[in-house]
Design a binder for this molecule. Structure first.
Ligand code: HEC
Ligand code: HEC
Ligand code: HEC
Ligand code: HEC
Ligand code: HEC
Length: 240
């Protein structure tokens, strides 16, 4: 069933891409398709694993716990043609400028999945309370809300700011370990944002543009950089 559904999805993708992108794509991909079905040729076998290690699917930490965020709001656009998507209303007026900027808390202290898994993850209330247990809530309604959530045991219902469609495979781990910085994809969060805002479209062209000429590919793969670049534009790298 699953593989049927996948094959269906793949063909649907292929057809719509052929329609939108013209014959170039369908033609070049027509050669990849039988290879996937019948012969054992797999470009990946010719690509060394990055210096930073193994395939995320072989990571014992993977998959981590389910993603904690609640489903997106009606009408919210969490990816799409608009850059600088509107600022979402969040349950607590949390500030990246204060925590990641002024207080210089490392991004990965709160988004601890970034190096290990597909999802960077949003911190549990416990992580906030490591510090906030000791910070007075007096005359600070936002901190009172934080403590209320903590005491209720219910997770804070943060709204998703980024959300790729499910048919796209994206993993933080490979990017972060490959040396791509958070800011290249998320903007200068620590200087410009209170709650997070999506600054890039997350559309296919955005991914492909960076894959085409990011310098880390040459740095990480040396003589095999061209092969790696070919893999990074292969449909199956992002649509499995
Ligand atoms: C490493 C310590 C630390 C962590 C972790 C931390 N905070 Fe803070 N937070 C602070 C400090 C320090 C302040 C500034 C307090 C002050 O102004 O005296 C602050 C201030 C705040 C304020 C502003 C209060 C106000 O109205 O002035 C909010 C809201 C807040 N934090 C929410 C959070 C949330 C939500 C989390 C978890 C996602 C979190 N904090 C995690 C240290 C931390
Ligand atoms: C190559 C681009 C890229 C880099 C580098 C990157 N991100 Fe992301 N990030 C994304 C995309 C794309 C999504 C949406 C993923 C989805 O919906 O499946 C996302 C989603 C997120 C989310 C939402 C929750 C989740 O995990 O899906 C957080 C939090 C986040 N990123 C934080 C970070 C932090 C912190 C770093 C640096 C340590 C970082 N990101 C590096 C592209 C990137
Ligand atoms: C003290 C904890 C903390 C630190 C440090 C922190 N963040 Fe966040 N981050 C949060 C919380 C809480 C949210 C959810 C609220 C929001 O969307 O702003 C969040 C949300 C995000 C999102 C959007 C997630 C989504 O729903 O798509 C991105 C992207 C992000 N952070 C990037 C960063 C980057 C980059 C850094 C370092 C420069 C950083 N964060 C540092 C707590 C933190
Ligand atoms: C700012 C640059 C940049 C952006 C934007 C970007 N990537 Fe990447 N991506 C890279 C680099 C560099 C690598 C190679 C890292 C390595 O292997 O050392 C990579 C590797 C990958 C891989 C290979 C992972 C593996 O396990 O082999 C996938 C899949 C991927 N990216 C998907 C995406 C998707 C999907 C998007 C858009 C939503 C995207 N990337 C956006 C820079 C980027
Ligand atoms: C680097 C990652 C990456 C690669 C490589 C890639 N895609 Fe995509 N693709 C995406 C992302 C991200 C989206 C979702 C955002 C969007 O719709 O633009 C997407 C969306 C699509 C869609 C749906 C478009 C829509 O409007 O809903 C089709 C069809 C598609 N891709 C086909 C392909 C084909 C065919 C190839 C190979 C020639 C390919 N993709 C290669 C990342 C990638």
């Amino acid at each position: 069933m699953r593989s049927q559904a996948r094959t269906m999805l793949f063909f649907t993708m292929l057809i719509s891409a052929a329609l939108t992108l013209g014959w170039v794509v369908s033609d070049s991909h027509a050669e990849d398709q039988p290879a996937e079905e019948s012969s054992s040729f797999d470009l990946r076998e010719f690509i060394p694993a990055g210096p930073s290690g193994a395939d995320p699917s072989k990571d014992e930490l993977f998959p981590l716990q389910p993603y904690e965020l609640i489903p997106k709001l009606e009408g919210q656009v969490a990816y799409g043609s608009v850059e600088n998507a509107p600022l979402l209303e969040q349950p607590i007026a949390y500030s990246h400028k204060l925590h990641a900027g002024e207080l210089q808390i490392n991004c990965e202290y709160c988004h601890s999945g970034a190096r290990r898994s597909i999802h960077a993850g949003v911190p549990e209330t416990n992580t906030c309370m490591n510090c906030h247990k000791n910070i007075s809530t007096k005359d600070r309604p936002e901190l009172e809300k934080l403590v209320e959530y903590y005491e209720s045991g219910k997770p804070i219902p943060w709204q998703k700011v980024h959300d790729l469609p499910d048919f796209v495979y994206f993993s933080h781990k490979r990017h972060v370990r490959g040396g791509v910085s958070c800011q290249e994809c998320h903007g200068e969060v620590q200087e410009t944002m209170t709650v997070a805002q999506r600054v890039n479209t997350l559309e296919m062209g955005w991914c492909l543009d960076c894959h085409r000429d990011h310098p880390k590919v040459d740095e990480n793969y040396g003589a095999s950089a061209e092969l790696r670049r070919a893999e990074l534009k292969d449909c199956l790298t992002c649509h499995k």
